[in-house]
Design a binder for this molecule. Structure first.
Ligand SMILES: *Cc1c(COP(=O)(O)O)cnc(C)c1O
Length: 478
């Protein structure tokens, strides 16, 4: 089914917000007399959403000057999103890397519903509740050994902020302050200031550069010698270095750059020897994306701090968590109240979000692993077929994450990604390439047939197929 294109008043496929201007008159007329309206009910609902949206909503990572109209979604189930016309769109990117077991999974929705009827929210300083306590215990059981304390927050960026602050303050509380953080080139750790400072320099962070705190940069391990640089850094400034933060085994936002497990083990060895914390930002990799529940597990590495969010609630509600060692926790226990961790968010450990996370963890215990293995095998088969195809520069895979680097000028602002996004959307598949890197990072409920469909769209694009009307801008910018 394709989006209706036959409305005289308002052509959704014109892709211009300008079309909405002057439309509001028509809309209020229609409101006064519904019988006059010639559109289907779904279409009218879409028009109203788009009208309000265009007037008042500022979207993330969106250049509103030329972005196409957003797609109004009304419901979702499994791997599918449905728009106001009832058109189905296959969610091949887990709605920005969050959905794990599929949209609107009954078990998670039931858990949320039950919890919402009992306890919606309570201040988490001086109070606690069963969903948070149980979730902390369940997470600790599944995390790499040694991580025994959970600090809850709101999202991936805040989980990273918390990890950086915990590391810095733990040194300071012990009377041996260290102020330097080291991070990888091409890393992405979030959009708040601390997370931006740790992230690689590029389009996202450049403009704030003068305001970001100093971070020692290490080469991207997918292309450079990270360990030699780390050794040199420790030799020169080891006593200043508090922590090394990494996206373990795959640099996500910079194009799914997969890197070696041995390098992660070497980073662990060097940091342990130098008394430096290792922060594993598992906001993307956590909850099965690389195969095991956490990427650190794959490399048998035990970090001092581990950040979680995205898949934590199954991708249903926002929640962040930072796991820490007992040693870091102990650095904050003191008669001296100044050694307290003065950090907390209004919705810390929201009971409904924790209930969703508990239900999601249960699903990981059930048969989720079989699905992840099945997806891994299917990805490998499809990527093998794409390798060497004209238009394909490289293919990469780790666990359930597959990436296809297209021949095109590299970089996040590359046009080819937008063209693929437009074409795939037209074909009913949600892809959102990172520059010239297309990737498939699906919810684990996706079937082999649905995966075939994703790769079929990519193949046809490589064969020259394009969207009928290429948007003026694109589903841009990450
Ligand atoms: C997405 C992401 C973040 C930021 O998470 P938000 O919930 O968007 O704030 C941090 N680190 C990594 C590795 C991510 O992929």
């Amino acid at each position: 089914m394709s989006r209706q294109q036959d409305d005289d008043d308002f052509d959704l496929d014109e892709n211009s917000v300008d079309d909405l201007e002057g439309y509001s008159d028509g809309l209020s007329r229609a409101d006064d007399d519904d019988a006059d309206d010639d559109g289907a009910p779904g279409q009218r609902a879409a028009e109203l959403v788009l009208l309000h949206d265009a007037a008042h909503v500022w979207h993330p990572y969106t250049q509103h000057h030329h972005a196409p109209l957003p797609v109004p979604i009304v419901r979702a189930k499994g791997a599918w999103l449905y728009d106001t016309d009832g058109r189905a769109i296959l969610d091949a990117i887990s709605s920005w890397w969050v959905t794990t077991h599929g949209h609107c999974h009954d078990d998670i929705i039931d858990a949320i519903t039950d919890q919402a009827k009992r306890l919606d929210q309570v201040i988490f300083a001086g109070f606690t509740h069963e969903p948070a306590a149980a979730l902390a215990a369940e997470l600790v059981q599944r995390l790499p050994r040694g991580l025994s304390k959970i600090f809850f927050s709101d999202d991936g960026s805040t989980a990273v902020e918390v990890a950086i602050k915990l590391s810095l303050q733990s040194f300071s509380n012990r009377g041996t302050p260290r102020r330097l953080i080291a991070a990888l080139d091409n890393a992405y750790h979030g959009d708040t200031f601390g997370a931006m400072a740790a992230s690689g320099r590029g389009v996202f962070t450049q403009m704030y550069e003068p305001l970001l705190f100093e971070v020692a940069r290490l080469p991207d391990p997918s292309v450079g010698d990270t360990i030699a640089a780390l050794d040199a850094l420790i030799a020169a400034r080891g006593s200043e270095l508090a922590a090394v933060i990494v996206e373990p085994l795959v640099l996500g936002a910079s194009g799914m750059r997969v890197w070696d497990e041995q390098v992660l083990r070497d980073i662990r060895d060097r940091t342990t020897a130098a008394g430096v914390h290792l922060i594993a930002d598992e906001v993307l990799t956590g909850f099965g994306r690389t195969g095991p529940l956490f990427a650190c597990e794959r490399a048998e590495v035990r970090p001092d701090l581990l950040c979680m969010s995205k898949g934590l609630t199954g991708g249903v509600l926002p929640l962040g968590a930072t796991a820490a060692t007992e040693d870091i926790f102990d650095a904050f226990r003191s008669e001296d109240r100044r050694k307290t961790f003065f950090h907390g968010h209004s919705y810390t450990a929201n009971p409904i979000a924790c209930a969703a996370a508990l239900a999601s963890l249960q699903l990981f215990d059930d048969d989720c692993e079989d699905d992840r293995i099945r997806i891994e095998v299917a990805h490998a088969r499809h990527l093998e077929a794409l390798r060497g195809t004209p238009g394909v520069r490289a293919v990469r895979q780790i666990g359930t994450i597959a990436a296809v680097e297209l021949e095109a000028p590299a970089g996040y602002l590359s046009d080819i990604g937008r063209e693929l996004a437009a074409f795939s959307l037209q074909e009913g598949v949600l892809l959102r390439p990172l520059g010239n890197v297309a990737y498939c990072l699906p919810p684990y409920c996706i079937t082999d047939i649905e995966l075939d469909r994703v790769y079929d769209v990519i193949s046809r694009f490589l064969g020259g197929a394009r969207a009928v009307a290429i948007p003026t801008g694109g589903p841009v910018d990450d």
